[in-house]
Design a protein around this ligand. Structure first.
Ligand code: FE
Length: 190
């Protein structure tokens, strides 16, 4: 299955060495998120979404990504900080349907949504997540919240977001990519 081999190559290559200011490599982070989704008995497409939520960081030019304090704020609310979600979803859409790609696309928006709707959520975020929140547009405004809630995969995106936030523990050794390969292979469109 070529798609699964390509994705596995990203986990083994850049994913193994890339850190986004978090205590674990991005590949380990995504494997932890996938394992948390699996432990929560999520449907297979949602496990895949959790596993692949940050793949956009590994498939596009990181130099395009604005950084806090470097003039990275966007005039269109959220657009700049959403790009790794958008990029990941677009890249994954060559093989997977919306039940996988939409939570990936929306997982940054889900952080902004939770910051606006859940008292205390901000306090659970890693320092890096708080830092990036600013150029991602900050907590959602009421009209943005309503628009987000109306999206078909909003709840799935929020679920991915919670696993994302919990998947930064250097003491946790997640299963390897091979553990998830059959699940991914079964989800690839014919
Ligand atoms: Fe993440």
């Amino acid at each position: 299955m070529i798609a699964v081999e390509i994705i596995g190559g990203l986990f083994a290559g850049p994913g193994a060495s890339d850190y986004l200011g978090e205590p674990v490599a991005i590949g380990v982070h995504m494997l932890q998120a996938g394992a948390l989704a699996e432990a929560a008995d999520a449907e297979d497409p949602l496990v895949a979404a959790a596993l692949l939520h940050d793949i956009g960081h590994l498939t596009w030019e990181r130099d395009d990504e604005p950084r806090a304090g470097l003039g990275g704020s966007s005039s269109r609310a959220g657009s700049a900080g959403d790009r790794h979600g958008e990029a990941g979803a677009r890249w994954l859409s060559q093989w997977f349907g919306g039940a996988v790609t939409e939570p990936v696309r929306l997982h940054v928006a889900a952080k902004r949504y939770l910051c606006a709707t859940e008292p205390g959520y901000l306090g659970l975020l890693s320092a890096e997540s708080v830092r990036t929140l600013v150029w991602q547009g900050g907590p959602m405004k009421p009209d943005e919240r309503a628009a987000f809630e109306a999206l078909p995969h909003a709840r799935d995106a929020v679920a991915v977001r919670r696993w994302d936030d919990a998947a930064k523990d250097p003491a946790v050794a997640p299963p390897g990519f091979a553990h998830f390969a059959p699940l991914l292979a079964a989800l690839v469109r014919a």
